[in-house]
Design a protein around this ligand. Structure first.
Ligand code: NAP
Length: 306
């Protein structure tokens, strides 16, 4: 099975759109998302553009503030504080990476946890780790949702994650190890300290590659029948394309697809899910009460703020 992240992400965006229309009709609230883009990094520009386009498609209000790479840390933090106090804005996203003179951690911690739709604030990271409600980071949440919507239940399965970054590897591990439905996995996190990474990958029932190296996971490293989730986005030279490059994942898709029971392609796998889950988080932020239950909510579980 090729897991169609593009289609699943479109389904989610349609659901979010319908929920947002209800929110507008019932409570007069339009979900609002503020993007802060610092500098001219082409990948960051393209990500922010795609996220803004998704907002437009589903009827969210969004604003993008573009700042020069020379902007001071103070000015970025002041802008965040302004959005923290802006009632039209429910989610704030400062596109990373930032120039070296701006502390990413300070930026993340200045965003109010209840507007931290990226799920990077220590409050949300901590709540995720101990299994409390909050914002899950978008890519790990997208991976989880891909598994659920493909009827792949990680419970009791050995999930091996290659990569331990704060934005992918660690949070995926934290989510899938929870004693909860559609989680409850036995999780191994592997990284560069492993003398032989394939020793771990070959044991995976579900293998999640978040390595950042083109085709680092080869067919020999995968157990036949495993589910393979490829998070990687790597540009490689390809003279046959107009741009001279193309995007591949961390997995050798062409060979691994023949032995895996299910696999995500790159592009159109995990990538589009990240944006869809950002929309889900923003909707939840707009509903309010992100951390605690509120009686009488009728929205489907995934879109409830509580
Ligand atoms: P990262 O911060 O560079 O982390 C990479 C991790 O992989 C590190 O933990 C590193 O180990 C480990 N690693 C690297 N080479 C390895 C090897 N040969 N053997 C074993 N472990 C190895 O990357 P990231 O931010 O997690 O991103 C990973 C990939 O996902 C990138 O291609 C990125 O572009 C992509 N990504 C995609 C999305 C999306 O929306 N689809 C979102 C985020 C990231 P050490 O910790 O020991 O250095």
């Amino acid at each position: 099975m090729i897991i169609d992240g593009k289609q699943i992400s479109e389904d989610i965006k349609q659901e979010v759109k319908a929920e947002a229309e209800k929110l507008k009709a019932e409570r007069g609230i339009t979900p609002g998302l503020a993007f802060i883009l610092v500098g001219e990094n082409p990948a960051s520009q393209s990500y922010v553009k795609s996220k803004g386009k998704a907002c437009e498609e589903i009827g969210f209000y969004s604003v993008t503030e573009k700042l020069p790479a020379t902007v001071s840390e103070h000015d970025v933090l002041e802008m965040i504080r302004g959005f923290n106090n802006d009632p039209k804005i429910h989610g704030i996203l400062t596109q990373l990476p930032l120039p070296a003179h701006i502390s990413e951690q300070k930026v993340i911690e200045t965003i109010l946890p209840e507007k931290d739709v990226d799920g990077f604030h220590p409050v949300n990271v901590g709540r995720m780790l101990i299994g409390l409600k909050g914002f899950l980071p978008c890519t790990p949440a997208g991976i989880w949702e891909l598994l659920k919507r493909s009827s792949i239940n990680p419970a009791g399965k050995h999930v091996v994650i290659v990569g331990r970054s704060n934005i992918v590897g660690k949070p995926v591990a934290a989510i899938l190890m929870q004693k909860k439905e559609w989680a409850n996995a036995i999780v191994t996190v592997a990284h560069t300290a492993a003398p032989d990474i394939s020793y771990y990958t070959k044991q995976a029932d579900i293998l999640i590659a978040a390595v950042g190296k083109a085709r680092a996971i080869t067919a020999e490293m995968v157990k036949p029948g495993a589910v393979v989730i490829d998070v990687g986005i790597n540009k490689i030279a390809d003279a046959s394309t107009k741009t001279g490059f193309r995007t591949v994942g961390d997995v050798d898709f062409e060979r691994v697809k023949d032995i895996a029971s299910a696999i995500t392609p790159v592009p159109k796998g995990v990538g589009p899910m990240t944006i869809a889950m950002l929309m889900v988080n923003t909707l939840r932020a707009a509903r309010g009460n992100v951390y605690y239950s509120r009686a009488g909510q009728t929205a489907p579980e995934m879109y409830q703020a509580s």
